[in-house]
Design a protein around this ligand. Structure first.
Ligand SMILES: *Cc1c(COP(=O)(O)O)cnc(C)c1O
Length: 373
């Protein structure tokens, strides 16, 4: 038996993530490995931190990239902030809200679930009722951009409600960061996590994370020790903020962090508002083209995410056949439906570097061809 190197084809990634990465990000990955405690690397990590503060629009001192995917960012927020017996109001309007609930349950805390229909934003009124009915709740958790359905929720109003009812907010921004308006400090978000492979267009495997001062104080004043050693952020705090005194916690994924640095430099050069506007513009072109093909969106117009277009599979069309056709004839990946929408929907991502005119045009013509076949 002999093995050969793996050489993947160049695909165009228009699914729910990972998104395409730019040539600059790709080349950053192949630079020489240096020690993760090398002064030059520490200098780069400091820049990653300030670039993430820009992307999140926050001055939070605790702003890092966790060495693990978005799911670990989610878990890090819950295991560090929530203790057994705490009450947590969790909004569920898709797959990722449900995962938040699973996190709360595993901690031995109580999840108070606020359900909203799949394909719709979280219902702010219902959340307010839950906050009123549960004055002892300590946290409000919700997903800003529900990638499973393509719906955006009103993070600003939800965080204002949390504050009004003395709850800390825990926000999933895996798909929202870089793609739509998000203002951590202005909106008063206490704990937020994201992912590297969606609108930041970096390789998968890193999770930007930011905690407000209030959240850091909750972590410092815990009664119990965090059950996960790796995700215990009180141990990581020293690793990311030491002014040259960085201590060893784990070995950072050095080259992935070069790539994140590069993708954040590109976001900074473009400008956050310009990136939001680009996602919106490309979405509008795609939406018009899809409607011309007679395809219907799952989410009402005003609640749609520009970077994740969830559409109904037309009647009589074979889900898997179309997606394989796109992959085999056009090297184009689009996403399948997830959870309740499995087999009923496609999810077309226009995230980060993928959100450009030539990709939208290709996607529309390829899809038209596939449907005709
Ligand atoms: C992708 C995604 C996650 C999980 O991120 P991974 O990097 O796949 O672990 C969590 N929440 C949302 C909303 C996502 O879109």
């Amino acid at each position: 038996m002999s093995y050969q190197s793996f050489n993947p084809p160049r695909r165009i990634l228009m699914g729910p993530g990972p998104s395409d990465i730019s040539p600059e990000v790709l080349s950053a990955l192949s630079r020489p490995v240096i020690g993760h405690l090398d002064p030059l690397f520490i200098g780069m990590m400091d820049e990653v931190k300030s670039l993430l503060q820009y992307a999140f629009q926050t001055k939070n001192e605790f702003t890092i990239a966790l060495s693990a995917p978005g799911s670990a960012g989610m878990e890090a927020c819950f295991v560090n902030l929530v203790e057994a017996g705490d009450k947590v109001i969790v909004c569920r309007n898709g797959v990722f809200g449900d995962r938040m609930i699973q996190n709360v349950i595993r901690i031995g805390a109580e999840a108070i679930i606020v359900d909203s229909p799949w394909g719709r934003a979280v219902e702010v009124d219902k959340v307010e009722q839950a906050l009123i009915a549960n004055p002892e709740a300590k946290f409000l958790a919700f997903v800003h951009a529900e990638t499973s359905t393509g719906a955006v929720s009103d993070a600003k109003s939800l965080c204002a409600l949390a504050l009004q009812h003395n709850c800390l907010s825990i926000v999933d921004a895996v798909t929202s960061l870089g793609g739509i308006e998000l203002k951590v400090d202005d909106w008063g978000i206490d704990a937020i996590y994201s992912g590297s492979q969606k609108c930041l267009s970096c390789v998968p495997g890193l999770s930007p994370l930011s905690f407000s001062e209030k959240a850091v104080n909750v972590i410092k004043n815990r009664q119990s020790v965090v059950q996960s050693w790796f995700l215990d952020q009180s141990l990581v705090m020293g690793y990311w903020s030491g002014e040259g005194k960085r201590s060893y916690h784990h070995t950072a994924p050095v080259n992935s962090l070069y790539a994140l640095h590069e993708s954040l430099v590109q976001l900074h050069n473009e400008g956050l508002e310009n990136s939001w506007a680009r996602h919106k513009k490309q979405h509008e072109t795609l939406a018009k083209g899809l409607e011309n093909l007679g395809i219907k969106f799952i989410v009402p117009k005003e609640e749609r995410l520009p970077q994740l277009n969830a559409i109904y599979i037309p009647d009589g069309i074979d889900d898997v056949k179309v997606r394989s056709y796109l992959l085999n004839h056009y090297n184009l990946e689009i996403g399948a439906g997830l959870g309740e929408l499995a087999g009923k929907a496609w999810r077309i991502g226009t995230m980060g570097y993928t959100a450009k005119s030539e990709n939208i045009a290709l996607c529309l013509s390829a899809l038209e061809d596939a449907l005709n076949q």
